[in-house]
Ligand binder design. Sequence first.
Ligand SMILES: [Zn+2]
Length: 469
Amino acid sequence: MSTPHGPDAASGPGPRRRARRWWIAAIVAVLVAAGAVVAGVLEHRAWVGTVATYEAEVARVTEDAATSRARAEEAYAASRDALDDAVDGGRPVLAGSEGQVGDPAVRAPLAAALDQAERLRDAEVTYPVSTRTVEEVTRPNLFRPQTLPRVEAEVVDGSDPAPAELHAAAAAVTAATAVVVEARQEWALEELQAAATEGRDALTELRPQVGAATLGELDAAVTDAEAMTDAGADALDPDDAVALRDTLLDTTETLWTDRLDQIVADRRRAARADGVDCREDRCVALTFDDGPVAETQRLLRILERKDAPATFFMVGDNVAARPEIARAVVDGGHLVGNHTWNHPQLTTLDDGEVRDEIRRTQDAVTDATGSTPFLLRPPYGDVDGRVRSLATRTGLDVVLWSLDTRDWESRDAREIRRRVRAEVEPGSNILLHDIHATSVDAVPKIIADLRKENYVLVTADLLVGPDEP
Ligand SMILES: [Zn+2]
């Protein structure tokens, strides 16, 4: 540039300054350009990441939409199978354990769990559906704006009822089943032990009477039962144990039935040899219950004077208190029967209690008299099939009465005598109680009355029932 003021030109920037400015401008320009490049690279990288996330989400939603129903159905089917298995395992255990588990409360949770499981199993299954969304994404880039669209898909969320619910119900059934199985094993073990004890007792008592050959089956069953009980409840198959118990009880009952028939047949044969045959004679039996007591001794003197046999159904507790009177009864030629230990209603007791009532009395009478009863008169005449079987398996025939003098009610010797005269007939089994003095008072005249009518006094086992040969 040229100016009229030449020297002024000399006062402007010199060539060195101009060069420096140019350099600064160049450096700034380079820095700005570099910054722009870096920003561009970073923005691109972020976008690439966003796209990757978006695509992964879309892929997952699409995959779920395609497969979630099949997965839900599969999970439901698996839980349903588990529930079916648990119910199939539990139902027979519940049914089979009826009456076999002491405490009914043990079975209640299994019944409840099975009901709940079956309700779930029978419920119609549904597969709820929900909508899953991948939101729209936009690229805030001035030069290259981009938009990734919103994506929606229907996805199955599982099942109703849920597999977890079915699995929980199955687990509850399985747990309750195990409790009942264990209780049933323990019950079966006790049953088997009790039956084995009865069998062992029968072996001990019968061996000297009938010989070993007859007892082979019972002996084998007792041995099997001991092996089974020794293995413990855990190893026990309740069905096997119950079958063996029944074999033991049936075998014991059959052996004793045969033996009792034999005892009575022998005694009837011996009586015939002495000239008494109740198939032809007008036999009657005087029977006295509830002793022995002090009054029994007076009765024994009367019977001895009259040379009259009688039958005494003794209470074990009284025998233990007065063993010498029990002994005197046997020594007097009379028959002693079992009237339980302390006079309960036997049908109201459980098996173990009935056995205890009978067996303690057997032992007390045997200890006191050396003679073991083979007749049981249940107190109050209270008896059923169960008590009868228990008595038989303990070596006792049940004998009731046919003529009730009601002596305990009237306490009047004349009234007692009147009843006997009015009601007696051949085969009468006459019920009296030697614990009442009035009953003992009535005996001399009763005997005189009976003999006047040609009745023959016998022990109760010799009476022949109407349908006996
Ligand atoms: Zn009685």
